[in-house]
Design a protein around this ligand. Structure first.
Ligand SMILES: Nc1ncnc2c1ncn2[C@@H]1O[C@H](COP(=O)(O)OP(=O)(O)O)[C@@H](O)[C@H]1O
Ligand SMILES: [Mg+2]
Length: 406
């Protein structure tokens, strides 16, 4: 199991906080199985008892109005527990939670509906719990049923619904009650693709309306493309909170899926080269800097060691700046290979920052110059931020635009 340093790269939100969780911990008590308890009583002389399990530990999260936050983490990390605590369905063992405004939540299957009641009855029950009057619900009923695609099924007991049907109704209710905060657990994946699209369109509409959204998902692409922020939870603790691209990197590191399938786990010291470090700065060999604008000078110092051995190779040092989804944005390389002579080398690159937007990470690879085969590779997940224009997209392209009446 790997541990990852929490390195927030994005400052705390300046928008007024909508969700505030301070020092939240949640302990579950589980009864030991009879067999375990009996064994312990016999072997260790302990009595029957309960075991405690901390599903959340000292969680501090402040979410500002209008943020779309992806909550990600391995299975069993505590994501659903955190959503339930924020939704007020579970009481934290310690710590405080404050949520401003109407909160609609779409939690794990099974939470929120009464299986014996029909879809329509659950619609009214759920709506009432969210604070809507009967009259308000009557005016929304048709639209909720329409969006949920349930048709006649709405008068069947929900215990006969498939998980997809169940989620469709639950999602439809949650988005129709005009919530200020929407909490969604990993349930969107349950519906079919067409419905998932509708949900995403609805989420985008919520974003435009300035609502606050917190959702749990395993679709990491969605976190990178949709979210303004990503929070990684592992073993009940917040491991990272900040830029969504880096949140995804952090989770991939925890899961060990940050390398291509089949790539060697330890890529250093193959063939006698070690990449010790890579530091981005605004002066040559200077201290680490994270933020740049187009046109700035960006310096990158790579610290490589050519190790003495039976065969000492020369090495081409290549650097790649990668954006969301590890897409290479641009690369740099040494004009000449490093000498095939043991020693420690500082390789300094200098570029004019291109018209880019977003956060990038740096990958360094050393290739054998004659064969081009990689000798060693390492990635540096420290954020490099480049901000240029105000338009969306990785590239900020200068353009002439003319409007003429025809
Ligand atoms: N009611 C409960 N009683 C005991 N343990 C629980 C309970 N709910 C969750 N857990 C445990 O807490 C941990 C976190 O669960 P959960 O929040 O559902 O994780 P995630 O949603 O990230 O997969 C898991 O190990 C789970 O088994
Ligand atoms: Mg869960």
């Amino acid at each position: 199991m790997s541990t990852v340093e929490a390195t927030p790269v994005v400052p705390a939100p300046t928008a007024p906080p909508v969700i505030t969780a301070r020092g939240v911990s949640k302990r579950f008590l589980t009864h030991k199985s009879k067999a375990t308890a009996l064994k312990e009583r016999v072997v260790k002389g302990r009595g029957l008892g309960t075991e405690e399990f901390w599903a959340l530990r000292d969680v501090d999260v402040v979410i500002g109005e209008g943020e779309t936050v992806g909550l990600i983490g391995p299975n069993g990390a505590g994501k659903s527990t955190l959503l339930k605590v924020l939704a007020g369905i579970l009481r934290p063992t310690s710590g405080d939670v404050d949520v401003q405004g109407r909160i609609a939540s779409l939690l794990e299957l099974g939470a929120g509906f009464n299986g014996e009641l029909t879809g329509r009855e659950n619609l009214y029950l759920n709506g009432a719990l969210l604070g809507l009057s009967r009259r308000e619900l009557e005016s929304l009923e048709e639209s909720i049923i329409g969006f949920s695609e349930q048709g006649q099924r709405i008068d069947d007991p929900v215990k006969h619904y498939s998980s997809g049907e169940y989620v469709k109704l639950a999602f439809s209710i949650a988005v129709h009650v005009d919530p200020d905060v929407l909490l969604i657990d990993e349930v969107l994946a349950v519906g079919d693709e067409a419905f998932a699209r509708k949900c995403l369109a609805k989420i985008a509409e919520f974003q435009r309306a300035g609502k606050t959204i917190l959702f749990v998902t395993h679709s990491l692409d969605l976190v990178e493309t949709l979210c303004t922020r990503g929070i990684v939870v592992d073993h009940g603790r917040v491991q990272y909170d900040g830029d969504p691209v880096f949140a995804v990197h952090t989770l991939r590191k925890i899961l060990g899926t940050d390398r291509p399938v089949g790539a060697p786990e330890v890529q250093e010291e193959i063939g006698g080269h070690v990449v010790h470090g890579a530091v981005v700065s605004s002066t040559r060999g200077g201290p680490r800097a994270g933020r740049f604008a187009a046109g700035d000078r960006l310096h990158l110092r790579v610290d490589v060691e050519v190790v003495d051995g039976p065969t000492v190779h020369a090495g081409d040092v290549r650097v790649v700046f990668m954006g969301a989804g590890d897409i290479p944005i641009f690369g740099l390389r040494t004009p000449e290979p490093l000498p095939a002579r043991a020693g420690r080398y500082a390789v300094d690159f200098e570029v004019e920052v291109p018209r880019l937007n977003g956060a990038f990470i740096v990958g360094v690879q050393v290739d054998e110059p004659t064969t081009g085969l990689p000798i060693t590779a390492r990635r540096f997940d420290d954020a490099v931020w480049v901000e240029t224009g105000v338009l969306p997209g990785i590239l900020d392209v200068p353009a002439q635009v003319q409007v003429s009446e025809q």
